[in-house]
Design a protein around this ligand. Structure first.
Ligand code: COA
Length: 258
């Protein structure tokens, strides 16, 4: 694998580390493909009881989808990217073994969406969360418009999505976006402690808990479908070209509403 590091520890926990530190662990398509393949490989492996996903380094969990990779996309390519992301993040959400996001820095855009697709989120005190896509002329494309509402409620989700505000770990905890906040050196021990507790319970019952809780939200897929459609439409706008170009040129974007 090019962008992921993995190891299984003595507690039967698979550790997956996103490893693109020079790009703040931005999620490119190769990386997401590797993550999907890895999850499929371990789904039926009894020697693994749960998974922790984190990012290399102290600065970022993942700073979003790889902007350079999709900056030139048209509407169709944007829809395809979003649909593929949905498929992979749905695999995480419905995974039969518990998956914890150990958030060790920036979890922005697709990084925040990845954390939200996991079953539990533990944040280090230096973690930062946000959906800054509107700065780029787009919307979240990996389920963020839906899962953020599920976790923090409509009013706060709308504010975070429209302002692109980046919040710290304490506020994320207050909002219910994360389950726990711990000092950075306690991040992995805390995640391991939770998974050890879960792994002492009946695995089939755990799998069914995940299915039942997800079933609560299963009746309404139209929001996810709307996200794919509107993400694609954003890719055909002048503001998207301007927003992504401005990021890559390290300047502020000037939007015109077209
Ligand atoms: N996609 C692609 N590259 C990214 C990236 C992303 N989402 N986030 C960071 N990078 C790259 C930067 O382009 C830079 O690359 P370079 O050194 O080749 O120029 C490198 O990672 C370091 O980032 P930099 O912006 O220099 O770090 P910073 O500490 O000044 O700022 C952030 C950190 C997170 C505030 C800033 O990187 C950022 O805003 N990232 C984009 C967040 C975002 O919009 N995510 C949603 C994407 S859909």
């Amino acid at each position: 694998m090019q962008h992921l590091l993995t190891h299984t520890d003595e507690n039967r926990i698979l550790h997956i580390t996103i490893n693109r530190p020079d790009k703040l662990n931005a999620l490119n398509m190769t990386l997401l493909g590797e993550l999907h393949a890895l999850l499929e490989d371990y789904e039926q492996v009894d020697e693994v009881c749960g998974i922790i996903i984190t990012g290399t380094g102290a600065k970022a969990f993942a700073a979003g989808a790889d902007i350079a990779e999709f900056a030139h996309f048209n509407a169709n390519e944007g829809c395809d990217l979003s649909a593929r992301g949905h498929h992979i993040f749905n695999t995480i959400e419905h995974y039969p073994k518990p998956i914890i996001a150990a958030v060790n820095g920036f979890a922005l855009g697709g990084g925040c969406e990845l954390a939200m697709a996991c079953h539990i989120r533990v944040a280090a005190t230096n973690a930062k969360f946000g959906q800054p896509e509107v700065n780029l002329g787009i919307i979240p494309g990996y389920g963020g418009t839906q899962r953020l509402v599920q976790l923090v409620g409509k009013g706060k989700a709308l504010e975070l999505l429209m302002t692109a505000d980046i919040i710290g770990a304490t506020e994320a905890l207050q909002l219910g976006l994360v389950n726990h906040v711990v000092e950075p050196e306690q991040l992995m021990p805390k995640c391991v402690e939770i998974l050890k507790k879960i792994s002492s319970k009946a695995p089939l019952a755990i799998e069914k808990i995940i299915q039942c809780v997800n079933a609560h939200f299963a009746g309404n897929h139209s929001g996810f479908d709307a996200e794919v459609k509107h993400f694609g439409e954003c890719c055909d706008t002048q503001d998207f070209k301007e927003g992504t170009t401005a990021f890559l040129e390290k300047r502020a974007a000037k939007f015109v509403g077209q």
